[in-house]
Design a protein around this ligand. Sequence first.
Ligand SMILES: Cc1cc2nc3c(=O)[nH]c(=O)nc-3n(C[C@H](O)[C@H](O)[C@H](O)COP(=O)(O)OP(=O)(O)OC[C@H]3O[C@@H](n4cnc5c(N)ncnc54)[C@H](O)[C@@H]3O)c2cc1C
Length: 462
Amino acid sequence: MNRKLRRRIEKIVGRDGCETAPEDLACYRYDAADEAAVPDMVVHPQGSDQVAALLELASEAGLAVVPRGAGTGLSGGSLALEGGLVLAFDRMNRILEIDTGDMLAVVEPGVVNRELRRAASASGLFYPPDPSSLNVCTLGGNVAENAGGPYGTKYGVTGDYVLGLEAFLAGGRRLETGGRNRRDVAGYDLTSLLVGSEGTLAVVTRITLKLLPAPRSRRTALFSFSDVRAAADAVSALPGSGVVPAAAELMDATCIDCVEKYRFGLLPAGAGAALLVEVDGDERSADSQLALVRELCREAGGNMFREAAGEDEAEAAWEARRAVSPALGRAAPDKIGEDVSVPPSQVASMVGEVREIAARHGLTIAVFGHAADGNLHPNILTDRRDPDLMRRTEAAVAELFAAAVEMGGTLSGEHGIGTTKARFLETALQDEALATMRAIKQSFDPEGILNPGKMFPSPLGA
Ligand SMILES: Cc1cc2nc3c(=O)[nH]c(=O)nc-3n(C[C@H](O)[C@H](O)[C@H](O)COP(=O)(O)OP(=O)(O)OC[C@H]3O[C@@H](n4cnc5c(N)ncnc54)[C@H](O)[C@@H]3O)c2cc1C
């Protein structure tokens, strides 16, 4: 990047809002998908005007622009594959409003998910979408990935809560979508189009989110099973039982072992699988729902390991669940975390497929995930330094996707396509759907400046 351009950027965000030293840029080389790409510059805008000015300048100079929240993405979405500017939103992190009357929040994109949950809770309200990374990930990143999380089963995912957005298009044009209304069918649903667009269509600068009344009561319990198929059978039986749990999280034996190595005693050590179930509602309904879940688990061969006696024990059980991904990360030099989604009735079959694929390639593939939604995370424990192991890992990844698509599922339930799955996208989409998506990208971002290299299997026009 030449000095003149750098000066113009510094003029927009101030010198302390820019990073160009190699040691600073190195912090933005990775996200949680563990791919690597170095930007030319990282800028920290403060406010929509600065974002608009940066986008205008980037278009003029032909610079790529990559929005970035906390970099916890699991598909390489926030990496600057073609260099250019990373727009980091850590200085746009204010909760602008909590409106208890209309039950909504207005936030800047850099607000950390947990901060909004805390602020809503202080007003007796509830913001349900809770990716397991909630202590660090940002709401901008959640919107861009349409992030889910354990509470998706009953409460849905980020997109179910986005009422309106302020965003900026390539060139710096301001776009407002939706608003503060719970119902809004005036024109095309541009809000939904931007949700999950992974920073490839626009840069989000303000988000209006629906809130709910906090549930009065909840019950959290861990069930243990001798075998992961039995746990998956219990999950597959849930939809027909009339219970919609707030969450039903599956963890297989490898996950349990890895978590137990550094958070001892929280999970049923030695079990073949565990299910962490939470039900909520008023006191009586929560009790009766849990009794039904207990019965279902018993019929599938499971036992209750522990029911949380209060908030602290419930939080400890959730901490153990959130520790799965980091714990697996410590179990091998590398792990490839996947994110297939299948119809809930197919969870047991998908778990069976994962086991067969692991056996066929001589790999360890741990499975956990938001099982009641059919969203599973097969994690392959591997080592990038070992070419033979990586060849088998790559083959297993392709087979996992093929198996999910074969049973009516898809490539990603919540982590997005980014760079890691772009080459598989056409295996999951009808040709006309893919062509329509390319046309949308072309119309929003004709110069291909916004987050290039993401989502699509080949560059526009190729
Ligand atoms: C341990 C762990 C557990 C996780 N658990 C879950 C889970 O349960 N559910 C789940 O869904 N995900 C989960 N994730 C993945 C990740 O946390 C989510 O995808 C999250 O939404 C990313 O937020 P972020 O702020 O880190 O975004 P980043 O990783 O920085 O960016 C993600 C994408 O959003 C785009 N983006 C960021 N900000 C903006 C903006 N303002 N405007 C436009 N585009 C923007 C980026 O360009 C990129 O494409 C987990 C990750 C980890 C490491």
